[in-house]
Design a protein around this ligand. Sequence first.
Ligand code: AMP
Ligand code: MG
Length: 419
Amino acid sequence: MSDFSVTEAQASILQHVKRSVIETVALHDSLSRVLAEDISANRNHPPYDVSAMDGYALSFADIESACSDKPVLLTVVDDIRAGQMPQHTIGHKQAARIMTGAPTPLGIDTVIRVEDTELNGDVVAILAPPKQGANIRPLGENLKNGHVVLTKGMLITPGVLAILAMVKQKDVPVFARPTVAILSTGDELEGIDDPIDENKIPNANSHALYAQCKSLGITATLLGIAKDDPDDLRAKLAEGLNYDVLLASGGVSVGHHDFVRPMLDALGITFHFWRVAMRPGHPLAFGTVQGCEGRRDSAVFGLPGNPVASMVCFEQFVAPALRAIMGHEKLFRRTIKARLKHDIKGSGGRTLFIRVFLSSDEQGYVASSTGEQGSGVLMSMALAEGFMVVPADADKLKAGAMVTVQLLQGMDFQSESDL
Ligand code: AMP
Ligand code: MG
C-alpha cells in the first residue's frame, strides 16, 4: 500500500467512524457538547411588545415636531413596570412612563428614552423625537412559540445555553462522548511514578494524548505501558478494544521490535492505511474492528512513538475523528494566512507541519519557527501557537511568502498589548 496523503488519510478515517448515540445531560453539563435534537420554543418571548428602554411610551404623531427649543408637553397617565400589564389606553397628547421590558400600552407606537425628556409633576417634556416605532421590542423577537430555535448539530456555547435555559430545557439531548483508551508501547519507556533511570525514556505520549483528549472534553483511560513483547502487547491492545477508540503510540514502524500492527492484525483489526506522506508522523496506522459478542465497534490509531509526531498526528487525524463521533460539524482547526518570517526548505514530497509562533503587524499575521523541528523535540511543540502547513509539493519557501497556519489551543485569546 502506498503512502496516503494527509487528506486521503483524513477522508478514510471520517468514512469509518460513526456519530455517537444520543444521551441526555443536565443543562450546565451541556456546555461545549453538540445538540442532538432540534429545540423549539415553548413560549413567545417577549410575550407581547415591550419597551427596550426606560422612558415614555407615546404616539409619534404627537411629538414629531419636538426639539430642545420647542419641547412637546404630554400628560403622564400611567407608570408601567416590567411584569405588570398596562392599565390605560394612551390618548392624544398623553404618555405612559415605562420600564425596560414592560409591556407597551394600547394607543402608542414609539418609546422615547428618559434621557431625551424632562419630567415636571405629571407632565413630560419631549426634547427630541426618536424615530417612529423606536425602542419597542416586538412580541416573539427572541423566541416564537412553536418555532425551532436551536438545531441539531449546534455547538452548545454559553449563548446557546442561555436559550436552552429560556425554553426550560433542564435536560439536554447531546451526542455521547466516545470512550478512549491510551496505550504507550516500548521497552525503553519509564512511567511517571517510576524512579529516574538514565537508560530509559520518560513516557510523554500517554500524558500528551490524555491532555489532547481532555481538551476535546474527553476523559481518556490510561492503559499504561506495554513492553515490546507480543504477549504483553496483545493483552493490553485487546483490553483497549473494549473502548470506542484506542490510541496506541510507538511500535508502528518497520523496526524489528515494532509489533503493534501484527498484534492488532491478529486481534481482527482491518487496517485502512498505515503510512501518511507527512512530517512529522510518517508511520501512522488506522484500523477498525466490528464489535462482536457484546464488544463494541472500535477504531484504532497506531500513532508514531516520537512525541511531537504523536501529538501532530492526534491533531490532524484523531481529533477530527473524535469530534465527528461527538457530532461536531466543524472537525478541523481553524486556519489563517500568515507571512513567513524566514526561509524554509522544501517539503520533499510530504506535507510538513512546522510548529510556529504567531505575531501580527499592520499587514496581518507573521509566522516563525518555534525552534528545532525534530519529531522528538517537544519544546518546539510546547511553544507552538500554530502548525504551519507546507503542502507536499512545495518548493523552498522564501521569507515573506504567504503560508497557511492552523491555530492551536489558546489562540482565541490575546494580551492587552495586542488589543
Ligand atoms: P517507536 O515508534 O516505537 O520506534 O518510537 C520512536 C521514538 O519515540 C523512540 O525514540 C521512542 O523511545 C520514542 N517514544 C516512543 N514512545 C514514547 C512515549 N510514550 N513517550 C516518549 N517517547 C516515546
Ligand atoms: Mg518502540
